[in-house]
Design a binder for this molecule. Structure first.
Ligand SMILES: [Zn+2]
Length: 466
């Protein structure tokens, strides 16, 4: 391979283009098995993807170009995954609440001055965001929405934004109220600080990291977001929150700018409002099942004509790679439709396919995060967020069903190369310009500090039986 210049370390500026400030640098992915996720372009058993600067220039067989190349023979080339909801500050607490139910998680993380989320320093936030973003890139997720909730002080919020920008991931920073349970910083309040954030970090919508409003279903916050022309991300975890959405819809505040997270336990009337107003849906199929917050909304969304996107939710609860999310969604929907067929004594044929699942993990995700004009498919003119998967490993070879292998068989070990906005972030299975060991050491240090300052117990071996 003629390797392009590495990204030049972990520090990326918001305006930097791929390999060149002029945007003229080219890169071509040669002879890959291309899954474009663009119905007009389709798939190819052997084709090239030409990248110029930050954008996809062309997709097709035997493109004429003398650009530096990556040989993708025997590899799958596809758009990066889009994660429509994450809480990345939690990365140092990875897996801490693996056994928790919903009440445990919310109580232990937020209730009281010494709850885990209230003892974070800005440094803890920075390393959580930075490492969490690298984890996303490493696993082939090129766009992630950070529904940030560790907004204790302006310094915490600044650290969150800087962690995202430093990583080089494409991200939407959804500025959210702090996890409740203690007194806000006196000089600071959500959502008012969103104006300062916009002026300081987000002067343009063309940046790699952009701004959104994260808010519960709240009239004042939604009005402010509409005034600022920002997308709105809202956790809608139960029927009451859904009924509140219906009320705000009557005020003209519900529309295609809304992304509704979880959508568990919603009334049919709420689903109809979401569908009729063009609202987007973000489902965390894995965590919603393990945390027992309610049955994920996959089937009701489909029943109402809504194509859902997928999200990981909190890393303290479960995995944040998209292979896990796709399998959780696929298994759940197939089992639910089968159960319904048995209960209603009908032959049910409305099963989702692995291609449906891959579509939800890519282009539907792009629609749910309001970036469908930029990412989600390998379409000339879109920004070059591309993943190269290696199926020639023991978990995926021989390759008999390409999309089936991505959804049912693969994991992060198959993610060979990752490109974000034309910049190679991972190549030959390694993140470029990142000292992973030192990042892990920072996370370990952060985890020890958070646990020692909080009233949270150490849980390292609680499930072991000797
Ligand atoms: Zn969440």
């Amino acid at each position: 391979m003629n390797a392009p210049a590495p990204p030049g370390g972990a520090a990326h500026s918001q305006g930097t283009m791929a390999g060149s400030e002029s945007g003229s640098t080219q890169l071509i992915l040669r002879n890959g098995l291309v899954i474009s996720m663009d119905s007009e372009i389709g798939d190819f058993t052997a084709a090239d993807v030409l990248i110029e600067g930050t954008k996809i220039q062309a997709v097709g067989p035997r493109l004429v170009s003398d650009a530096p190349s990556i040989d993708c023979t025997g590899r799958i080339v596809m758009p990066g995954f889009v994660n429509s909801h994450h809480h990345m500050f939690q990365t140092a607490l990875r897996g801490y609440w693996s056994d928790a139910l919903s009440a445990d998680y919310f109580t232990q993380s937020r209730q009281g001055e010494k709850a885990a989320f209230h003892v974070y320093t800005p440094e803890d936030v920075y390393w959580g965001q930075y490492a969490g973003a690298l984890e996303q890139i490493n696993a082939g997720t090129t766009t992630v929405v950070d529904t940030s909730q560790c907004t204790e002080t302006p310094e915490h919020t600044d650290a969150a934004v800087k962690g995202l920008i430093s990583s080089g991931v494409r991200s939407v920073y959804a500025f959210s109220p702090k996890a409740h349970g203690s007194t806000p910083h006196p000089s600071y309040a959500h959502p008012a600080d969103i104006t300062r954030l916009r002026e300081t970090y987000f002067p343009s919508d063309e940046q790699l990291v952009t701004l959104a409003m994260g808010s519960p279903v709240n009239e004042a916050n939604w009005r402010l977001a509409r005034d600022l022309d920002l997308p709105i991300y809202s956790h809608v975890n139960d029927e009451a929150a859904g009924l509140h959405v219906e009320k705000l819809s009557q005020l003209g505040l519900a529309g295609p700018w809304n992304t509704y997270i979880h959508c568990t336990g919603l009334a049919a009337s709420t689903w109809r409002v979401i569908a009729n107003t063009g609202g987007k849906v973000s489902l965390s199929n894995m965590v919603e099942q393990t945390l027992c917050t309610g049955m994920p909304g996959m089937q009701p969304a489909l029943d109402h004509g809504i194509q859902p996107s997928f999200s990981t939710d909190a890393v303290s609860l479960g995995p944040t790679d998209f292979f896990s999310q796709m399998r959780a969604a696929y298994a759940l929907q197939r089992s639910r439709i089968q159960e319904r067929a048995i209960r209603e004594e009908v032959i049910e044929t409305d099963m989702v396919s692995t291609r449906d699942i891959l579509r939800m993990a890519t282009i539907e995700g792009a629609r749910a995060v309001h970036l469908e004009d930029k990412v989600g498919s390998l379409t000339p003119g879109k920004e070059a967020d591309v993943v190269v998967l290696n199926p020639q490993l023991l978990n995926a070879a021989p390759l008999n069903h390409v999309v089936g292998a991505i959804v049912m068989l693969m994991d992060t070990s198959n993610v060979e190369s990752v490109i974000v906005r034309g910049r190679v972030m991972k190549h030959a299975g390694r993140l470029l310009g990142v000292d992973v060991a030192s990042v892990v050491a920072e996370l370990q240090h952060s985890a020890e500090g958070i646990i020692s300052r909080s009233d949270s117990p150490r849980v390292l071996l609680t499930s072991c039986r000797s």
